[in-house]
Every structure is written in structure tokens, then in C-alpha cells.
Design a protein around this ligand. Sequence first.
Ligand code: HDE
Length: 753
Amino acid sequence: EANPLKRVAGKVSDALGGYSGPEEGIPGKPAPESPSFDEPTTPREPLPAKPDQSGPDTVSPTGQPTGAEQARMAQSGAFLTDAQGTRLYDTDHSLKAGARGPVLLQDHHLREKVMHFDHERIPERVVHARGAAAHGTFRSYGTAASVTKAAFLTQDEETPVFVRFSTVLGSRGSADTVRDTRGFATKFYTSEGVFDLVGNNIPVFFIQDAIKFPDVIHAGKPHPDREIPQAQSAHDTFWDFVTLHTEATHHTLWNMSDRGIPRSYRTMEGFGVHTFRLVNAEGATTLVKFHWKPKLGVHSQVWEEAQLAGGVDPDYHRRDLADAIEAGAYPQWELGIQTFPDTPDQTFEGIDLLDATNLVPEELAPVQPIGLLTLDRNPSNYFAETEQVAFHVGHLVPGIDVTDDPLLAGRLFSYLDTQITRLGGPNFPQLPINRPHAPVNDMLRDGMHQTAVHRGVAPYRPNSLDGGCPFLAGADNGAFVETPVRVPEATKVRAAPESFADHFSQPRRFWLSMTPVEKEHIVGAYTFELGKVYEQTIKERALQVLANIDPDLCEQVATGLGLPAPAPTVPLADVAPSPALSQIGQTWPTAGRIIGILAGSTDLDGVHAVREAVLAAGMVPLVVAPTGGKLGDGTLTVQRTYVTARSIEFDALLLAGTPGVGSDAYTARDAESDPVPVGARAGDPRVGLLLSEAFRHGKAIGAWAGGEAALEAAGVPTDAPGVVVADSGTAALERITTLLGAHRVWERFSTQV
Ligand code: HDE
């Protein structure tokens, strides 16, 4: 059948008296034939949502549709229409005076289409612009019921959630794997209203007072003149600020540690950062800090890997999260709290709980698990959900209240305010992703983008015309009542308390808690970042800050920079290390790990067996071969080729060989039976690169049946730590799985663990 679009146009032209499209070609040349790619032609309703694509369910007392109904309103009917529902017969050509003539202003379809397109983008978030999100549920263990009356934290309660992860500094299109803090924001759609826990993957912050936020962000963002560098802190203005404003030292040190380059959103811890105040049914209060603990453990990339990923797969974290959920490997985190008595001074073991540059070591206040978060559904539309979701630290529910942390106070203003610009007005809570699942009966009316059709005539209180509705609840009916905390009598000042003045002892504790290999990474990160700084005075000041954390750290970075190491200007704090701060030394689940299998050999039975074993262990096998297509008898699909495979994607590599390789029998038959003999693979520079990178990045590598030939060709010693040569693929996999429990082969790094 010829081009169906032309056919439709033909029908219209019948009605128009036989006009059948442009006749006038370029003078002197015949009109070109339209290409005739076939398109389905039978009109039908839009495709139903995929199982993981239904919109968020909402309960709206204002008569607003639920998620499914909303989707129906967004798209229905088989035919293309304009925004008013009028059917269209052509969307490929502007209305013109003759096929080669001028376009007519009266073309409503053209003007509407282009007008809407012109406004498709909204301002990106001023910080945390780059993000990825998922839906899920939070199941409460009920263990927090003694300290909070929040209904969603009672026994076995299940609450729908939406979680958005993000980087902080980069623009919306920037790379995922840059060195930066990560956002970890959770919206709980509870029966008592929305609770947002808007946290980060680092438990401390750069500043103690919100009034410094524009300063630290202006310093971290690209330079105002050239707008470079994008999405990173390795530049003069950042280091200028954080070395002058030394309360930023602790957060900066975390950023320079492996925490600044997570392996995946799935392997990050999350922190509420501030101290919050919980209130129980009796009105008793407890101060708490929130923690998210990933079930897969806390893992990071190594710096070279993060840099490579920025080029070969800038969407690395976004893809990883979506793929895992689509594959059914649902990421999980346990929510926990550290609890502290709500004393008038709001300190714990000498640590000021209102200072967001402090953490409380888990050894002093253990994290007590209170519930489990599972992310099990990808968004169906990035813009509608991930982009339009609006978090706010002031979205609280009864039982969870704020403290006087001056950083939190500023946030309580900022998160509402920023949405006015970003989402274009005050009605963003009506966007489907933001709608509470609890009944809403506010007296907020009108404004830009008002989509609710409010009933009644009396959006004010008191009223008699709407029968007095809405009514005030009171604590007995679940109202949010601010905790009556005593404010000390004081004089109005612009000042910080004396207890905010120690900027070095907490960073020193962090440094002393690191294993040697983690310290090596920190030294490498400072040396890289400061090496990118142009101003000599900033480098010197940075070294002074490092000396005040630890002279050994300072000495090593100074050596890398080729500068003298200054002596500390403050007494070095005598702090005990907190082993819980280290990411190394534990054994973690291997579920969800990605195993690259270099195939293309004749031992396809071995490859089949190892693939099955990887799947059975809950890991992900990816078969890599020189070219795409199928291997052997056609039952083995190639998933990555030498062109598309990069080492960053794999947690471990397995090299299949050829049974009998090296023997006389093999030599005789290899060319015929093995389209890609081991020898050819071994010499391929792309395989060499894959192996040398995986080796450098501390990844486990296994080989069987002669597969080690490729290792030898790549200069990877087969007797190095974490390199396994076994009799069969499954035997190699077994040993590699044990190695993966430690995440990386740490012994490969120059410093011992
Ligand atoms: Fe934010 N922050 N922030 N922040 N923040 C925003 O809100 C702000 C801070 C965090 O995925 C903005 O809707 C101020 C700490 C996350 O949508 C803005 C201060 C922590 C996200 C804003 C802070 C965070 C944001 C930009 C200092 C960790 C992304 C867009 C007082 C506990 C949320 C928006 C998402 C986003 C202001 C400090 C975490 C401008 C003024 C501390 C995870 O309102």
C-alpha cells in the first residue's frame, strides 16, 4: 500500500474537488516520489499503559481525576487532533499559498504546534537539576511507634513513595558520574498528608546557616564568565570558597572520598542531615537523625571509572536504576534513626545537634531500623513525574517536627519559593505526582495553572454559607500541631553559637576512620582537584586546611602538587575513629552485579552453563563477542560487542576459552571450528583495553579453558590478586562471586587495606 498519509490527504482532496496534493515540482524537474514507509493504518485508541506505567493513584476530594483517569484525559481517541480536540488531516506541511509559496499566518495548527513546542522546557532546578526517580513502597516495622505518632510508621503500615536521586551542581543534561554530593529525596504519600524526607548521600553539609547557600552554590557552579567547568568542583571558585569558609571542610572531605563517586544510586546511603524532632502520642519528644541503608551495601566507583563513564555512558546511574527495576531487581533501603534525648542544649556527647556540619558516630548512637523502602516501578513519563515532582522539607506529618537548625530554617522557606519559578505558580501541588493521597480541603484558590474546579462559595473561615466547612481538626483528629518547644530568652543577633566554631575535629575523625586504600583515594582526589586550580594562593590555603585535618594527608597532597606542606595552625583533635564510616571490610550481597562474559569461542556449552549460573545467583550476565548477532547454534545472543562494551559496565569479567587450547588437536581444528579463535581475541586491542581497565579498577577477572591467553596478551598477570584461572566457567564464577562480596579486589591498589 502506498504512503497512508497521502491516502488520507487524497480523501480530503476529493471533498475539496479533486485537489490531490502539490503538483508543482521545481520548475523543469518532475515532482519527487514520496517515500512509502508503511505505518499501521487502522485507527485505534492509544496503547494502554504498560504494567509499570500507570500514573500515581490519587484521592481527590475536589473531584480531580485519579492517575488512570488523568492519563485518559491526556490522550484519548484514535485520531490526531489539535489541543481543542479538532481532528487533523495533515501535520507534515504548513498551509501555504501554493506548494512553493509563502506560509499563511492563518495556519492555526502550525502556530499552535510551534507555540507549544517553544514552551516545552521549564527552568531546571537551580540545584539538583540532574536526577532520576522511581516509585515504590515503604513498609514500616512499627519500631518507631514509641517515639513518633506518625501513622505511616506504625506496625506493618505500607505507604506509596516516590524517590528522586540527583547530582547537585550539574545542569539537567550533565553526566551522572561526576564527583559531587547526591540528593536522595523521598516523598511519602501517607494517610495523614505528604511527608518529604529531602536528604543527601552525605550526612553533613557545607554550611551551618542557610544564608550561605547562595554563596556555596555560586562558588560550585561553573565560572560566570565562560560557564565552565560543568558539574564539578575541580575549579578555582569552589576551592576559593571552601578554603576561606572552613566550616565546609567536613563536607568537602566527604566529597573527595569515594562517597563523591557512587557506583550506583542503589549503593548509596542516604541521610536526612539535620536533626529532626519526633513526637509520640503522649507528646514526648525525641531528637533524631534519619539514615537510609542500602541492602546492596555502600559502593563507589574508582575515579578513573567515573571519568570514563562520563564519556562513554553519561546516563550511567539513570540507566542502572531503571534497568534494575525493569529486571525485577528492586533496590531496597532500610530507614533507620539515631535517637538523642531532647535536652534543652540539644547536644549529644558534646556534639551540637543543630550544626549540620556534624554527624554523630554510629558507635555512639546506633542506627535503629524502622522500615523498608522498595523501589519497584519506573516513571512512565520523565517530565510529568521526575521533573515536576516538588519536594519540600516543610511537608511534615503529625509526629515529625523540625528543630532550630539554622540551615533547616532557610530550607523551610526555599523549597516552596523555588517552585513558583520552576513550576510556574503556586498550584504545583495539583500536579499528579505531587498530589497527596490524603483528602485535601484547603482554602487556597485560583492562581496560574489552577486545574481544580472548587465547589462552594466560602473559601474562608469562619463561614456559615458552606455550612462551616472546612472544619479545624485539633490534635485528636490528626492535626499537625507544632511542638510547644521553649525558645530561650535571647537578644536578636546575626551570629553563630560558639559551639559551631570547631571545623576540624569532625573531618579529622572521618580521615582517621578510613582504611589505607580509602585514604589513598582521598589523597588522589584532592591532588586532582587542586591540580586543576590556577591560583597558587588557593592551593596554599587548601593545604593549610588539610594540615589542620591531618599532617599526613596534607603532606601527601602537597607532594602531588609540588608545594611545601604547612604545619597545622590548630591543635589536632584527639578523636576516636568511627569504623562505620568506612565502606570497606564487610561482605555484601552480590545480587544485581553485572558479569561480562567474553565469548565467541568454541566452548559455548561452558558459556551457556556460566550464564545460567550467573542468573541463578541473581546477577546479570552480559555476553560480549566481536560482533553482534547470535553465537554457535543461535541460542546465545550477543549483548555487547567489542565496539559497545566498556569496562565500566561490568563488576567482573569472565573469559571463555576453547577446550583443548594449546594442544595439537586444537591447532589443527581451530580455524574451522572457532570463528574467533582465542588467539585473535587475545591480540585484539579492544579486549586488551577492557581487561587492563578492569584490572586497574580492582575488578575480579576469571578465565577458563585457555581464556587466560587474553590476559597474558593484555599484560595482566594471571597470578595477581583477584585473577582466577579455573577448569570450568562455573568454577571460575564461584570464586569470582566470593571476591564480589568485598565489592572490589582492594589488594590491587598500591596501598594495602
Ligand atoms: Fe536543597 N534545594 N537546599 N539541600 N535540595 C533544592 O529545591 C536549599 C540542602 C536537596 O529531587 C531546591 O525543588 C537551601 C541540604 C535535594 O527535587 C532549592 C539549602 C540538603 C534537592 C533548595 C539547601 C538538600 C534539593 C532546588 C540551604 C540535604 C533535590 C529545586 C539552606 C539534607 C530535590 C528544589 C529534588 C533541592 C534549597 C541545602 C537536599 C533551591 C536554601 C542540607 C535532595 O529549594
